[in-house]
Design a protein around this ligand. Structure first.
Ligand code: ATP
Length: 236
């Protein structure tokens, strides 16, 4: 493993106003992400995973702490797939989406089209290139969103719940693809509720609970090291 991190988060804090006072969504989270690794964030609902990913991806400003992107350090170089609408325009075709996102992030249209077609092929959606995203299955949309996040070839990729609601076949495709990205030297940070998926792809895991990293380490050590630990019960 390359000892130089591509991204470092220092003491990130985020709070949201609530009826009385504040909700402390992140209470000082620090982490490092390395080239050629997959780091998985696990944790129960409301632990702060999405908030953390959004801050790391530069979509939300923290109330405290900072994010340092090292090496090829431009924020525009990151790719992100967030939970929910899967970040695509549903009335555009899969290929049009990829061309749109590619040009938005600095590619010339011809190059965006070439990369778009190549990526759709890679994620097994070549035949769906001309289909509007709204007519694709959830798993296909998720794979199209992954392709869109990668169209400009970012060295760092953030994925919030990439396997949420997708079928087993799509999960397998996403898993294979993530391992390939890792081999290419990309740094991937993802969140999931699925312990088996985390076990299958992650080099390291960090467990987030109530806005704090309560446990972090190599996947095997964290997930298999202490059977019966409280986080296991809460996550299942
Ligand atoms: P899940 O697994 O359910 O997606 P999570 O670990 O991703 O949860 P977050 O979505 O980051 O957790 O939420 C952390 C806490 O912050 C939750 O209590 C949530 O209700 C709250 N929260 C998140 N976004 C906002 C917001 N925009 N305004 C107010 N509260 C928010």
């Amino acid at each position: 493993q390359n000892p130089t991190p591509v991204l470092q988060a220092h003491a990130l804090r985020k709070r949201y106003p609530k009826a009385k006072g504040w909700l402390e969504a992140l209470k000082g989270v620090s982490l490092q992400l390395f080239r050629g690794e997959i780091l998985t964030l696990l944790g129960p609902n409301g632990a702060g995973k999405t908030t953390l990913v959004k801050i790391l991806a530069g979509l939300v400003e923290p109330d405290g702490g900072r994010v340092e992107v090292l090496q090829e350090g431009k924020r525009t170089w990151m790719g992100a797939v967030l939970e929910g609408n899967r970040n695509l325009y549903w009335r555009l075709t899969a290929l049009e989406n990829l061309i749109y996102f590619g040009t938005l992030r600095g590619l010339i249209p011809k190059e965006a089209r070439r990369r778009g077609l190549e990526l759709l092929e890679t994620v097994g959606l070549a035949e769906k290139a001309q289909q509007t995203v709204g007519t694709l299955s959830r798993g296909q949309q998720q794979r199209a969103a992954l392709a869109a996040a990668l169209v400009h070839d970012p060295p760092i990729l953030f994925l919030d719940e990439p396997t949420l609601g997708v079928d087993l076949e799509a999960q397998e495709a996403i898993r294979t693809w993530l391992l390939r990205l890792k081999e290419q030297g990309k740094a991937v940070l993802l969140t999931t509720h699925q312990m088996d998926f985390a076990e299958a792809v992650a080099d390291r895991v960090a467990i987030l609970q109530e806005g704090e990293v309560v446990l972090e380490g190599r996947t095997q050590e964290v997930l298999e090291g202490s059977p019966g630990a409280p986080y296991r019960i809460e996550l299942q």
